[in-house]
Design a protein around this ligand. Structure first.
Ligand SMILES: [Cu+2]
Length: 246
């Protein structure tokens, strides 16, 4: 009897200390609004030197662009992960649409992508030689697969978080894949722009993350049938201290 009571106590403590992640609930969103905006960098953004290429120079050349910091006109910042935090219910997850990560001339394309748990990741190799995709969530390896030339390797996305993907064959190659529990995320394009649509009306926290410039959050209010604008600036000074994952 005593033992059972102790067990009960232990399980209660575990329940308290281990909150179960709220599952995202898919609902019909017929009154949604959208969030559009740009992410820009303020201050003097450094110009990163090209990275040396040690292998496959006949295809990839001797150097390759360092895509960790790509700044366009007016400080437009490419490859920023933009997402809403803690969305409990909303539009359907596009499970039938895989997220594609290609290997082109010794680089992952795109350099940064976002996805939703339940989608597939298709890793394609457009190069005439072998690549590898080593996916890490923190220190944990999610998968480490060879991607032969001309082939596509499909992997299910079962975990949320910021995944770093390295190529162990070409040490300069890496990409980031941010996987959310819900489909309200985007990556900024060349002009720093992003769109997140089909958002149920309400107040949310919009979070942005960049590989070198760190992260920022902003409260946004979404109204039915309307586009909310969010213009966000990250400081170039942050490039000196590597940021944490979102
Ligand atoms: Cu490679």
């Amino acid at each position: 009897m005593q033992k059972r009571r102790v067990l009960l106590m232990v399980s209660n403590v575990l329940l308290l200390a281990w909150p179960v992640a709220a599952q995202y609930r898919e609902v019909v969103v017929d009154n949604g609004g959208s969030i559009t905006g740009h992410v820009r960098v303020s201050g003097e953004a450094p110009t990163l030197p090209p990275q040396p290429v040690f292998k496959e120079q006949e295809v990839c050349g001797t150097t390759i662009r360092d895509e960790r910091l790509v700044v366009g006109s007016g400080g437009a910042l490419r490859d920023v992960v933009v997402h809403l935090t803690e969305v409990k219910a909303g539009k359907a997850v596009p499970r039938e649409r895989p997220v594609v990560l290609d290997n082109v001339k010794c680089a992952f394309v795109p350099h940064v992508a976002t996805a939703t748990v339940g989608q597939m990741l298709d890793i394609h190799n457009n190069d005439p030689f072998l690549h590898d995709a080593h996916a890490l969530l923190g220190a944990k390896t999610l998968f480490n697969v060879a991607v032969p030339k001309g082939k596509t390797v499909r992997k299910p996305l079962a975990y949320s978080g910021l995944i770093r993907i390295n190529c162990n064959v070409h040490t300069w190659m890496h990409a980031y894949l941010f996987v959310a529990e819900h489909p309200y995320h985007a990556v900024t394009s060349d002009d720093g722009g992003f769109v997140i649509d089909g958002v149920p009306p309400g107040t949310y926290t919009l979070s942005v993350w960049h590989e070198l410039l760190g992260s920022a959050e902003r409260a946004v209010e979404v109204q039915s049938g309307k586009a909310t604008t969010a213009e966000i600036t990250l400081s170039a000074a942050a490039s000196e201290t590597p940021p944490q994952a979102p």
